[in-house]
Design a protein around this ligand. Structure first.
Ligand SMILES: NC(=O)c1ccc[n+]([C@@H]2O[C@H](COP(=O)([O-])OP(=O)(O)OC[C@H]3O[C@@H](n4cnc5c(N)ncnc54)[C@H](O)[C@@H]3O)[C@@H](O)[C@H]2O)c1
Length: 378
């Protein structure tokens, strides 16, 4: 996001690359190749350092996230490009939890940004909807809520068993994610090529919708209500409103054009961002960013390691490439980011896609198309 300064304040960026498992190892190199093609001609100094963290290392050395890794990423890198984790040989998925959740929590990546943009009309399941109707950003709180793992069992395994899962919401946590949504709306506007950094007065300002379930969750989401009221008062020029999460789910399907920026808690954001992604083609076209503004942040496709197709050379790299576009925008390299998105749009328009999107191309042919496009248009 261009409202976030480059960590080291300079034109040079260091990117840690963690391909992970399965198709993460097939799509991440494509993303790196396309970033390099986009940035090469401008002579942008970029340094990529790859880390082999994943199931193989875990099984071989019993190491998931090596000691000192978090500090190294925090201090020596601007961003992390992440593939996917998950391997049938590790049924507990322990390494994935250690690495991905570990980085989200230990780097305090409190913003999960999930954009949904219809890049070609044929990918929406909604009738008569065009790209102008489906273009929105979901900001999900990424470090609190029902995902903190606070809870317990009582009389486990008996007919009288009780399971408790606590919903943890801090004023600081709620405030910073809502504020991030308003800052994003203030610094962006809706143009012909999606959301852009706000500049001319002819561009459409973005609207913010905060969603909760404060009518039922009368403590946790009462806090969301009170914080929302106080933060929105600081952004009087932004059109903002509140919807209960169930209403939001219905409205998103009925008329997605009414939404620009949605901000919500961890659980609701997890669900509503998947619903939104499906409006624009689903997993194969969904990128995601885990951000702490001004600090090392992590960018990844939404999909997993897809063991069922790993090694077959047919993994769709668009999610990883679009996530790389978010990474470049985070670094403040907006033009390069736009070229990456445009390369995917062009590939979709010409049906240069892998089988999951109805095409017949292998990963490497799609990669070549994107790389050539990026090199030609940068
Ligand atoms: N962020 C992550 O690292 C992440 C996210 C989700 C799942 N996972 C892990 O991935 C493993 C598989 O999980 P899953 O099957 O539920 O989800 P998945 O996203 O890996 O796959 C779901 C389906 O979509 C297909 N698919 C996904 N990405 C694709 C792509 N880029 N190109 C073509 N087809 C694609 C797969 O072939 C599969 O049929 C599990 O171990 C899970 O825990 C990891």
């Amino acid at each position: 996001m261009p409202n976030i300064p480059l960590r080291n304040g300079g034109p040079k960026a260091r990117i840690a690359v963690i391909p992970g498992d399965g198709i993460g190892r097939e799509v991440t190199p494509v993303a790196v190749q396309v970033i390099k093609a986009t940035t090469a001609r401008r002579g942008r100094p970029l340094e990529f350092v790859e880390f082999d963290w994943g199931a193989d290392k875990y099984l071989r050395e019993n190491v998931s996230l090596p000691e000192g890794a978090v500090e190294m990423l925090r201090d020596d890198f601007d961003a992390i490009l992440f593939g996917a984790l998950g391997d049938p040989r590790v049924p507990s998925n322990q390494h994935a939890a250690d690495i991905l959740l570990g980085l989200r929590m230990k780097l305090d990546l409190y913003v999960n940004a999930r954009p949904t943009e219809l890049l070609h009309p044929r990918f929406t399941p909604l009738r008569d909807r065009t790209p102008a109707d489906i273009n929105l950003m979901v900001f999900r709180e990424n470090t609190e809520g029902l995902y903190v793992g606070v809870g317990g069992f009582f009389k486990k395994g008996t007919p009288d068993e009780i399971a408790v899962q606590e919903d943890v919401n801090s004023r600081k946590g709620v405030d910073r994610i809502i504020r991030h949504a308003f800052d994003y709306a203030r610094s962006h506007s809706r143009g012909s090529a999606g959301f852009q950094p706000a500049s001319g007065s002819s561009q459409k300002p973005l609207r913010v919708c905060m969603s909760d379930k404060s009518n039922a969750l009368t403590f946790a989401h009462d806090l969301w209500q009170r914080v929302f009221k106080s933060v929105r008062a600081e952004y009087p020029e932004i059109d903002s409103r509140h919807l209960y999460i169930d209403t939001l789910a219905m409205e998103l399907v009925r008329d997605p054009s009414q939404f620009d920026v949605i901000v919500t808690c961890n659980l609701f954001g997890d669900i509503i961002s998947d619903l939104a992604a499906q409006l624009a083609g689903g997993l194969g076209l969904a990128p995601s960013a885990n951000i702490h503004p001004g600090r090392t942040s992590l960018f990844e496709p939404v999909h997993g390691s897809a063991p069922n197709i790993a090694g077959k050379g047919i993994a769709n790299p668009f999610g990883a490439v679009l996530a790389s576009g978010m990474l470049l925008e985070f670094l403040g390299w907006n033009e390069e980011s736009a070229v990456l998105k445009q390369s995917v749009k062009s590939a979709l328009a010409e049906n240069v896609t892998t089988p999951d999107l109805g095409g017949s191309k292998p990963t490497l042919e799609v990669a070549d198309y994107l790389t050539n496009y990026a090199a030609k248009h940068s």
